[in-house]
Design a protein around this ligand. Structure first.
Ligand SMILES: [Zn+2]
Length: 550
């Protein structure tokens, strides 16, 4: 997803952070979340009201028992369970404040578990009136808010397919994950006209990406895009759903949506889902990468601030975050860092190298300006218990810049070969950082433990100071560099460029070492004193860079 402005993000954390901390299961897990179970499929049937917050739902879960356990514990908040069944037989369940526990037979290890429940939704499914006074319903689950409306194993480690069966007033357009299966008129108890819409996502996705939209949305068809670059050499049908008033802005920045998918599919692999819809929604985030249906903040449409950078970020998540999901929350940079970096790679494809370098320089400035997460916590943060606090400069910008440095470290070709291998191996499944490291090491034939440790498991960044002088006897520019000790010493190559009066660069590399020793100066042959000396001219190093005067 994309964070909103910092102030809003913080306000949100303050408002509801305590809820997340207090709840068992929201905290970081160093052990599997529900180790004895693996959900294969959710069938979620839901009745939406004409107005208000009251819903009725029935969830049938196909689940395998993989270790000893006498009951299945599902996450569910706020709503009241009226009935539970196992393999078609009613059972006595036990509902606590945050879970419902369902006893399982001792025989067999494969179960169909159904839970019926109802009540007033307060989160997860956002029920509200839009600016024109119409009732709208949008799922917004990240990170563990699905449990407010979906009885589930609400953790990214357990991915499953999902079928949505949504009954809503016929004035609503219903969109959900995957492919549209059917849409038919039905009558409610009082004889009112309603429509039952069925969507089916046949790829395993985490519960935090399982959402529906039901609102008076109008569909704008972007057509078949990126042909040959969906799985099975198919095209990717794309569309945009907005409130009727916003239709006039289309396609606007969504004119790039096809080329964005084409670019990423070319870099990583075929687009993983049946379709890609873009929706104006009630998400609390700037954008939320729900699998095959991206939800954007309502205001980006109304204020006409939607842009291709946001579309690229959320589209990149379809591969990274959605198809390959971080197995544990401390590894969320595998989702957000990738989306941040791929948005920059979209800039490179669309606007060229100098625009790309400018974007990376901006990302670096953002990281270096941060005095919270970046300076105090590593990117892989196993201590943080407030999941919303993981939406920080480490997960996004620093994670993105680490990928950029990794590309420089192993080379462009090995980097993308390794990314493709990592993606192919873990798609529709989960991964942690060591899975990425393994593929990078295999492709580059380098040991990269030091790289991943210093950039992802320690806070901070290097602070480099370089001085230069001109040796008029040897006709050489002499550059010395040293690193400060604020975050300990790092290992990295420092590219230095002496620039002559015509603007031509003459480059050398200084190898900085993890023992913090002062390295040998670089000596760059040059007939006359340089106009200037530039550190890291390609913007490939996450560091504070200071150049002294000669
Ligand atoms: Zn994101």
């Amino acid at each position: 997803m994309l964070m909103r402005t910092r102030a809003r993000t913080l306000a949100r954390c303050v408002a509801i952070g305590a809820v997340f901390v207090a709840r068992p299961g929201a905290a970081q897990q160093n052990r599997p979340y529900r180790p004895a179970f693996d959900v294969a499929n959710y069938e979620i049937s839901i009745d939406l009201p004409d107005t208000g917050h009251a819903i009725r739902a029935s969830v049938t879960i196909d689940v395998a028992r993989t270790a000893t356990a006498d009951s299945l514990v599902l996450d569910l908040l706020d709503l009241t369970v009226s009935r539970a069944e196992v393999n078609g037989r009613a059972v006595k369940f036990n509902q606590g404040p945050a879970t419902v526990s369902i006893p399982l037979p001792s025989r067999g290890n494969s179960f169909s578990v159904t839970v019926d429940y109802a009540g007033s939704v307060s989160d997860g499914l956002i029920a509200r009136v839009d600016t024109a006074g119409r009732w709208t319903y949008f799922g917004d689950n990240w990170p563990n808010r699905a449990r407010h409306w979906i009885a589930s194993i609400d953790h990214p480690s357990d991915k499953a397919t999902v079928t949505w069966r949504v009954r809503a007033p016929s004035s609503q357009t219903v969109v959900a994950n995957g492919k549209l299966v059917s849409s038919k008129p039905v009558r409610d108890a009082s004889g009112g006209n309603r429509t039952e819409t069925v969507w089916r996502e046949s790829r395993r996705i985490p519960v935090y990406l399982m959402v529906i939209a039901a609102a008076p949305l109008e569909r704008y068809d972007l057509g078949e895009t990126a042909c040959g670059l969906a799985e099975g050499q198919r095209c990717v049908p794309q569309s945009v759903y907005t409130a009727p008033e916003q239709r006039g802005m289309l396609p606007g920045p969504f004119a790039s949506a096809g080329e964005i998918v084409r670019t990423f599919a070319g870099l990583v692999g075929p687009f993983p889902y049946e379709k890609l819809a873009h929706l104006q929604s009630s998400t609390r985030f700037g954008g939320m990468e729900n699998a095959s249906e991206i939800f954007y903040a309502d205001g980006a449409f109304r204020r006409r601030t939607m842009n291709d950078g946001l579309i690229a970020h959320e589209t990149a998540h379809q591969w990274f975050g959605d198809a390959v999901t971080e197995r544990e929350w401390p590894h969320v940079w595998l989702s957000e860092g990738f989306a941040t970096y791929f948005a920059a790679l979209w800039t490179r494809a669309a606007r060229g190298d100098s625009a790309f370098r400018a974007q990376m320089a901006g990302i670096r400035r953002t990281v270096l300006a941060d005095s919270n997460a970046v300076t105090h916590r590593p990117v892989i943060d196993t201590i943080e218990t407030n999941l919303l606090s993981l939406l920080n400069r480490n997960s996004y910008e620093k994670g993105g810049f680490v990928l950029h440095m990794l590309k420089a470290q192993v080379g462009e070709r090995a980097f993308f070969d390794a990314l493709r291998a990592y993606y192919a191996k873990h798609k529709h499944s989960t991964a942690v950082t060591d899975d990425l490291r393994a593929e990078m090491e295999r492709e580059s034939k380098q040991n990269l433990g030091w790289f991943f440790d210093q950039w992802l498991r320690r806070p901070g960044y290097p602070e480099v100071t370089a001085d230069w002088s001109y040796d008029s006897t040897a006709h050489e520019v002499v550059v010395t560099a040293r690193q400060g000790s604020r975050f300990g010493a790092f290992q990295f190559p420092l590219t230095v460029a002496a620039v002559d009066s015509a603007g031509t660069q003459y480059r050398a590399t200084i190898m900085m070492t993890a023992d913090g020793a002062t390295p040998r100066p670089a000596r760059i042959p040059l007939a006359s004193p340089p106009a200037t000396v530039v550190l890291d001219p390609d913007v490939e190093l996450l560091a504070v860079l200071t150049t002294g005067k000669p």
